[in-house]
Design a protein around this ligand. Structure first.
Ligand code: ADP
Ligand code: ASP
Ligand code: MG
Length: 821
C-alpha cells in the first residue's frame, strides 16, 4: 500500500491512513510505502537552492519544515513514550539536515550528490512518523535494499541486486510477519550500488518503490493511495467533468502515465505487470470509493477511448532536408546520438517521403538535442543535403488512449475534426501500429482547450458542457439568465448538458469566469467585474480560448454586433437577439454565415423575427428542401400591432406608444418601431433567408409618423408626439365606420415567372374583417408564406411576437440547438 504526499500530508489524511492500514493488516501482511509530507520534497529542494545562493532565509524555511513535522507528531501521537522516541528520531534527522544546509550555505555549492541526500530526508522523516503512529509499525530502511546504478547520467534501479536484497530484507514475509505487524518503507529513496551514496528513483518515485516490493515479494495487489477517486479519464484538476475509470489494462495505464497522468509514476506499471499483480488506485480521503483496478485483461468496455493525458513543456525538433532520402541510416543516427546524450524521445513522426522527421523531447532537453543532431549531421548540413535542426518549443503533447481503438474506425477522423472545429491546429502527430494511443502536438496555449473539447466529444464526460457568454442583461438577457438558472439542474440531470455561463456583461461592467458564474448572485459578481469596454471584452473572451462556447447578444447595440465576425473566426458560435448584424449590409451578413460554416460553428438569430416563433427556421427548412418562397406577408412588429389594437376613442395615439414602451414591447427607443426600421430589418432578414439579395434601402416605406419626428432627441419626440393624436383620432373614426383596422404590413413579393425579380415594402394598411390579419390580437405577429408548395393555402405562423419571456425562450432554443443534445 503506497500512500502519496497528500495522504501523509495532513492530520486528517494521516489518521485516515492509520484506519485503512490497520484494517488491512488484520486481514494479512501489509507493507506500507510512504512519500514525504505533501510539498516537502519541493521545499527541501527550494531551501537547498536558497542556502547555496547564500540567502539567509533558508533558515526560516528550514524551521517551517521542522515545525510542520513537530505539529503533526504532537497531534497524532498521543502515547507519551512513543512521542518522545519519535521526537528523538526526527530531531536527529533534522540536526543532520541542518548541518548539511549550513555546509551548502558556507561553501555555496550544491552538488547533485548533496541534493540527493537532502531530498531523501522527506521520506525518511515521514516513514518514522507513520511507523510510530501505526499499532505495530516496523520501519524499514529502503536504502538497504533499493539499489540504483548510473546510466547515461541517470540513476536507474539495479534490478537483480535489488531483488536479492528485498528478498533478504523481508524474508518470507507471509510467514514471518505476525500479530498485525506492518512494515513501513520510505518510498523514492535508494542507494547507489557502487558508491553507496544516497540516490532516488526520480520525482514521484515512491510509486515505483512500492511496485518493486510488490513484484519481488509476490504481493496480491499493489494499492496506490492518493487524493483522487482513482485513475480518471483526464486530470481532474484540468477537466472538471473527468470521472473515475473502473478498469484499465496495463497497456492503457502505461500509455496514459507515459503521457503525463501523474497519478502513477510511469515506471511503476512494468514490474507488477510482468508478475500479473493488479494495481488498485484508491482515495485516502474517500476510502469507500472503489477506485480503479488495473490488470491484464479487463471486462468488455465499449468505449474506444479510455482516457486523455498530456505533457506540457515539450519541444519538437524537425530533422529535414532536400535530399534526406539519400542519406543512409538517418533514423539510426538520430536515435543513437540522442541516446548517447541520455535524451529521451517520447514521440516520433516521420513523413513517408522520408524527407522530414519530427521528434518530441522535453523543453529542457531541446537545446542539447538540437546541438547533438547538428553535430551528428554536420557534414550533410554543410553540403546542403540537410538543413540545420529546427526547434519549436512551448508546445504540449496530448495522447488519447484506449485498447478498443483497434476495433473502432474513425477515431483519428473524429479527433482531428474536433480539434479543427475548435480552431486548434495540430503541429505533429503519431499513432503506433498497436493503435492504443494517438499522440499529437499542439501549441501549449491550446492545451486546456484541446483536453476539454476532446473529453467532451469522445463522450468520456458524463455530461456535455456548453460555455455561454451573455451580453446585455436588459429585458431579454435578464429573463434568459433567469430561464437558464432555473433549467440548469434539469438539463444536467435529464439531458446531461451543463450550461456554464462563463461571461456576463451589461453597459457598465463585464465579468468572465471559466468555472461558471453563480447565477444566484450574478449581479453582485458583475458589479465587481471589469468596467465595460467592448474591445477589452472581445480580447478577453478570445484570450479565454474556451471550448464549446457561444456568445449570446441580447443587446440592441451596433458595437456588439460588430464583434461577431471576430468571435466566429475564433470558433465561438454566436446567438443574436440583436437584429443589427443579420440586417446590416448584405456582404457582411453573408460573410458571417460563411465564416460560421468554415469554422464549424453556428450563427443563429431566430428571435430576430417574431421573437420565439419559428419563422426563420421554417423558411430555412422550406428552402433547403427545394421549395421556393414566392411571397411573404407579415405583421412583424409586436409594438405596432399593439398600438393599432390599443388605439381607441379614449386612448389616443401618443398614449398607445407610451403603453407599448411601459409594457416593454417596444425597442428601448420606440422610434425604431414607429419609423418602420424594426420591421424593415425583419423583412430584410426574412427576404434574405428566403434566398433573395436585399438591402434595407431597397425596401419601400409608407409610414404614419412624419419624418421630422425621427430627427431630434428622444425627449423632443415624446414631447411632440401628442400633436399627432387629433389627426389619428379623425382617421380612426372613419376606419371604424368602414369596419376595418390598421395593420402595419411587411411584404415581399416575387414575380412568379421570374422569381429573381422581387419587391419589398412596409406600409400601414387598412384591412377588412375577412382578412387573416384583422383579428390579430395584442402584440401578436403573423406571417403568411406563399411558396411553390404552399400556394393555394399559404402557410401561416402566428403567436406572440414580442415579450421578454418568449424572446428569451427563443434565444434559449437557439442555444440548445447549438448544444445539439
Ligand atoms: P501522490 O502524492 O498521492 O503521489 P500525485 O499528485 O503524484 O499524488 O498524483 C495524483 C494527482 O494526479 C491527482 O491529484 C491529479 O491531479 C493528477 N492526475 C493527472 N492525471 C490524472 C488522471 N488521469 N487521473 C487521476 N489523477 C490524475
Ligand atoms: N516525495 C517524492 C516527490 O515528491 C516522491 C513521491 O512523492 O513519490 O517526488
Ligand atoms: Mg505521485
Amino acid at each position: 500500500m503506497k500512500f502519496g504526499g497528500t495522504s501523509v500530508g495532513s492530520v486528517k489524511s494521516i489518521l485516515s491512513l492509520k484506519k485503512i492500514v490497520e484494517a488491512e493488516a488484520g486481514r494479512g501482511p501489509v507493507i506500507v510505502v510512504v512519500s514525504a509530507l505533501d510539498g516537502i520534497t519541493d521545499k527541501l529542494i527550494a531551501t537547498s537552492h536558497m542556502a547555496q545562493q547564500g540567502d539567509e532565509h533558508y533558515r526560516e524555511e528550514f524551521e517551517a519544515m521542522v515545525n510542520r513535522h513537530h505539529q503533526m507528531i504532537d497531534t497524532i501521537i498521543t502515547d507519551d513514550k512513543r512521542r518522545v522516541d519519535l521526537f528523538n528520531n526526527v530531531d536527529q534527522l533534522f540536526d543532520q539536515l541542518k548541518s548539511i544546509y549550513y555546509g551548502v550555505y558556507l561553501i555555496h555549492d550544491l552538488s547533485k550528490k548533496t541534493e540527493d541526500t537532502i531530498v531523501s530526508y522527506g521520506e525518511r522523516l515521514s516513514s518514522h512518523i507513520v511507523a510510530a503512529m501505526l499499532k505495530n509499525g516496523i520501519r524499514m530502511n529502503s536504502r538497504d535494499f533499493i539499489r540504483t546504478q548510473k546510466k547515461q547520467g541517470r540513476h536507474v534501479v539495479a534490478m537483480e541486486e535489488t531483488t536479492e536484497l528485498v528478498r533478504q530484507a523481508f524474508g518470507n514475509i507471509r510467514e514471518t510477519i505476525t500479530n498485525n505487524h506492518v512494515y513501513v518503507v520510505p518510498g523514492f529513496i535508494a542507494r547507489d550500488s557502487q558508491s553507496h551514496e544516497t540516490t532516488n528513483l526520480g520525482r514521484g518515485g515512491s510509486d515505483y518503490t512500492a511496485s518493486i516490493l510488490a513484484a519481488v515479494l509476490g504481493a496480491e495487489v499493489l494499492e496506490i493511495w492518493t487524493d483522487v477517486d482513482g485513475f480518471m479519464t483526464a486530470d481532474p484538476k484540468v477537466i472538471k467533468s473527468a470521472y473515475t475509470i473502473n478498469e484499465l489494462s496495463y497497456v492503457e495505464a502505461m500509455e496514459l502515465c507515459n503521457f503525463g497522468a501523474k497519478v502513477i509514476y510511469p515506471p511503476t506499471i512494468y514490474p507488477v505487470c510482468v508478475k500479473n499483480i493488479p494495481i488498485r488506485v484508491k482515495n485516502t480521503f474517500n476510502p469507500e470509493h472503489p477506485g480503479t483496478l488495473i490488470k491484464q485483461q479487463i471486462d468488455d468496455d465499449l468505449k474506444p477511448i479510455k482516457g486523455i493525458s498530456s505533457i506540457k513543456g515539450t519541444s519538437l525538433i524537425t530533422v529535414t532536408g532536400l535530399s534526406m532520402v539519400g542519406v543512409i541510416g538517418v533514423n539510426r543516427r538520430i536515435f543513437t546520438s540522442l541516446a548517447e546524450r541520455g535524451i529521451s524521445v517520447f514521440m516520433v513522426s516521420q513523413a513517408s517521403s522520408e524527407n522530414s522527421t519530427s521528434i518530441g523531447v522535453r523543453d529542457e532537453d531541446a537545446q542539447a538535442a538540437a546541438e547533438v543532431l547538428n553535430q551528428e549531421f554536420a557534414k550533410e548540413i554543410e553540403t546542403g543535403a540537410m538543413f540545420p535542426m529546427q526547434v519549436e518549443s512551448g508546445l504540449a503533447t496530448i495522447a488519447i488512449v484506449g485498447e478498443n481503438m483497434k476495433q473502432t474506425p474513425g477515431i483519428a477522423g473524429k479527433l482531428f475534426g474536433t480539434l479543427g472545429r475548435s480552431g486548434i491546429s495540430v503541429i505533429a502527430c503519431a499513432q503506433g501500429a498497436s493503435e492504443t494511443n494517438i499522440s499529437f502536438v499542439v501549441d501549449g496555449r491550446f492545451l486546456r482547450k484541446s483536453l476539454n473539447v476532446l473529453h467532451d466529444s469522445f463522450f468520456l464526460s458524463e455530461y456535455k458542457v456548453l460555455n455561454i457568454f451573455i451580453c446585455g442583461i436588459g429585458t431579454v438577457g435578464g429573463m434568459l439568465l433567469e430561464q437558464i438558472r432555473s433549467q440548469q439542474q434539469f438539463l444536467m440531470q435529464s439531458r446531461r448538458l451543463k450550461l456554464n455561463v462563463v461571461g456576463i456583461s451589461d453597459v457598465d461592467n463585464f465579468t468572465l469566469d471559466r468555472d461558471g458564474i453563480d447565477l444566484d448572485r450574478y449581479m453582485e459578481i458583475l458589479r465587481a467585474g471589469y468596467p465595460a469596454n467592448t474591445e477589452h471584452m472581445r480580447d478577453e473572451i478570445v484570450k479565454m480560448n474556451i471550448f464549446n462556447s457561444v456568445f449570446v447578444d441580447c443587446t440592441a447595440s451596433r458595437q456588439i454586433a460588430e464583434l461577431y465576425q471576430t468571435f466566429l473566426e475564433h470558433n465561438i458560435s454566436v446567438v443574436a437577439a440583436n437584429k443589427i448584424a443579420a440586417s446590416s449590409d448584405y456582404d457582411s451578413y453573408i460573410r458571417l454565415k460563411q465564416t460560421a460554416r468554415d469554422r464549424g460553428v453556428w450563427f443563429r438569430y431566430e428571435t430576430n423575427v417574431g421573437a420565439g416563433l419559428p419563422i426563420i427556421g421554417t423558411i430555412n427548412d422550406l428552402c433547403n428542401s427545394g421549395d421556393k418562397i414566392l411571397k411573404i406577408e407579415a405583421i412583424l412588429s409586436g409594438t405596432l400591432n399593439f398600438i393599432f389594437n390599443e388605439i381607441a376613442a379614449d386612448v389616443p395615439f401618443s398614449e398607445t406608444v407610451r403603453r407599448a414602451k411601459e409594457q416593454r414591447y417596444s425597442e428601448p427607443d420606440p422610434r425604431i418601431d414607429l419609423s418602420g426600421t424594426d420591421v424593415i430589418r425583419k423583412l430584410v432578414i426574412l427576404t434574405r433567408e428566403a434566398g433573395y439579395k436585399v438591402e434595407q434601402a431597397d425596401v419601400e416605406k409608407h409610414l404614419f409618423v412624419p419624418d421630422d419626428y425621427f430627427q431630434g432627441s428622444l425627449d423632443d419626440f415624446w414631447r411632440r408626439l401628442p400633436e399627432l393624436d387629433a389627426d389619428f383620432e379623425a382617421r380612426r373614426k372613419v376606419l371604424e365606420a368602414e369596419g376595418k383596422r390598421w395593420r402595419f404590413v411587411a411584404t415581399m413579393e416575387a414575380d412568379e415567372q421570374n422569381p429573381a425579380d422581387f419587391k419589398t415594402s412596409v406600409a400601414l394598411k387598412e384591412v377588412p374583417q375577412d382578412h387573416p390579419f384583422y383579428p390579430l390580437e395584442g402584440s401578436n405577429n403573423i406571417v403568411l408564406l406563399t411558396t411553390e408548395r404552399y400556394k393555394e393555402y399559404p402557410m401561416l405562423i402566428q403567436g406572440y411576437g414580442a415579450g421578454a419571456a418568449v424572446t428569451a425562450a427563443g434565444v434559449f432554443a437557439n442555444i440548445m440547438s447549438i448544444a445539439n443534445i
